[in-house]
Design a protein around this ligand. Sequence first.
Ligand code: B12
Length: 313
Amino acid sequence: MLTEEIVLACAEQIGFAKAAVTNDTIPVRFADYEQWLKKGYHGSMSFMSSDINFEARKSSNKILEGTQSIIVCALNYDKPSDATTDSSGKISCYVTQRDYHHVMKSKLSLLAQQLASVVDCDFEFRALVDSAPVLERDLAERAGLSFTGKNTMAIIPGVGSYFFIGSLFTTLPLTKREIGNPVFKGCGDCTACLDACPTKAFPEPYKLDATQCISYLTIEHDGDIPTSLQEKMGVHIYGCDICQQVCPYNATSKAPPPTFTPYKNYAPNLHEVLEMRSSAYKRFVKGTAMSRASAKKLRRNATIALRNIERKK
Ligand code: B12
């Protein structure tokens, strides 16, 4: 039977910062997710609350019938840069590079191919990244890939939190290393992320009220944004990294060089964003994961950002 060590060696060679295996198909923090929904912290993200997705998150067998093991992988990306001008907005670093869904899925498929070349049985696999109803951070915690920080980010000591989680569900039985369950509360007394959040989106440690989160407001929320929140959004027009930027684990990160190369302008001119119509928008988001926010939303966010710049003058 293949061991976790062999899987990790293959994963590292492919460019993952770290990988881990779990044989446990049931989330450990399902009750926390249920509570999160009950409190309405998901806002208008109906994909988080629909009956079918709720049920699927309960067990990994709903993702791939006969799942024996799940290989959870971390693919790190570049840290945000603070270089901006007087009229530029901020785009979160995770989307200013080549669309992580494609990069991750091709690397996971490569991993499956490599495993196929060293085992002499047929197996099925399904590669996922932010693309199916799975509690990915729970999965990462369960496998011992990372611990969950107070900002709800999956954090790997030595790597930090600037990484995507991808997973390979497989019918292949893999032996887990006997390292015990490394889930731990790695934040200690630190509350830097909770204190730094401009909109106070963390009602308590480890819980994010998405309806208050700048990332949600700029990407997921349709329509008007309450004025009290608008003022706190600063110049963010797509996503937000503040709760990661202040995290000491990111300051001391010795992550391997990211696989991604900066692809798009992370600090676009806000006046240009305001002017952006269909074809310019298509060019702007092409190849990135940014198309989750429409041109209309980007224009709304740019209007708010310009107003915030004016307010500061
Ligand atoms: C919905 C969603 C969002 C929403 C809501 C985020 C949230 N915190 O719930 C919004 C739009 C706000 C968002 C923002 C971002 N997202 Co997002 N998002 C997701 C998605 C699709 C689902 C997350 C989810 O299930 N939320 C429900 C809550 C209940 O679950 P959770 O966030 O995993 O929280 C866990 C902990 O809170 C823990 N917990 C609860 N109580 C307690 C108590 C203790 C003591 C402990 C230890 C743990 C603990 O249990 C929960 C379940 O595991 C995942 C992909 C996926 N399928 O999982 C990506 C994902 C979480 N996002 C990701 C990213 C990169 C981001 C952003 C950084 C993007 C950006 N720069 O703007 C921000 C980060 C904001 C933040 N602090 O979370 C990555 C995170 C990678 C990582 N290293 O953690 C993911 C995993 C996508 C991926 N495949 O890489 N996101």
